[in-house]
Design a protein around this ligand. Sequence first.
Ligand code: NAP
Length: 262
Amino acid sequence: MGSLDGKTALVFGVANDHSISWGIAQALAREGAKLGFSYAGPNLEKRVRPLAESLGATFVEQCDVGSDAEVAQVFARAKEAFGTFDILVHGIAFASREDLAGRFVDTSREGFLLAHNISVYSLVALTRAALPLFPAGGGAVLTLTYYGAEKVVPKYNVMGVAKASLEATMRYLASDLGPQGVRVNAVSAGPIRTLAASGISGFRDYQRSFAGAAPLRRNVTIEDVGNAAAFLCSDAARAITGEVVYVDSGYNIMGMQTAEES
Ligand code: NAP
């Protein structure tokens, strides 16, 4: 018996089998959830559909979260397909490559707004659209953040600022929606090599330094994040909302990097 038997989840943010959302989708499926997937643009369908089908999912719909019309459309289709669903996974972020290098002070207005629109406002838009489709007892929303929200991580720049906003957004949503039984949480994952991460200059060095300094002395995997996500989306976490849960080998507790770091 799985912890998510009888639940349905809609997963945003699978680009390929390295995506953190793919690790989450696999864990949700293992725990018994029925899945639907949404991908960003037409060129992703050929990658996402076979992955979705490998987990028995037939709901695979395009949605650029920068478009109100596409958001409305994907939830209208979810209503037709599922009636209601229980879990919303938001694994989406985007910033221009030029804003993930150099100095934060040089971030353009356009780059700042783009990062916040796609990486942060999308959580508000998707959660609001999901609300009428959550069952009367409530639902679970999960987003993905990173330590660069709290401390300066070189080159993470505008995405760090967007993640700070995302974490605050998650808390405000949790406060708004708690009375109707909707829980909203975030997993703060350690650095994982994905498509999005490849846009961050010096990412390889991040991972090396991270694994040396983290108490568990290892990088994290999409399976590690998936397992925590499955817990947070299950009834076992029914009293947890508005939290950032770290899946980072303990990196965030350290006040100073250790000798092994170099
Ligand atoms: P990923 O596989 O590249 O996933 C990012 C997803 O966001 C992609 O599916 C991407 O689609 C989608 N996306 C971008 N713009 C979109 C839009 N306008 N509409 C809809 N979807 C859009 O990378 P990931 O690392 O798994 O990222 C997932 C989440 O984890 C992000 O929030 C990221 O910040 C967070 N995170 C990552 C790490 C890490 O080290 N990798 C650590 C902590 C947190 P396209 O490929 O089409 O753009």
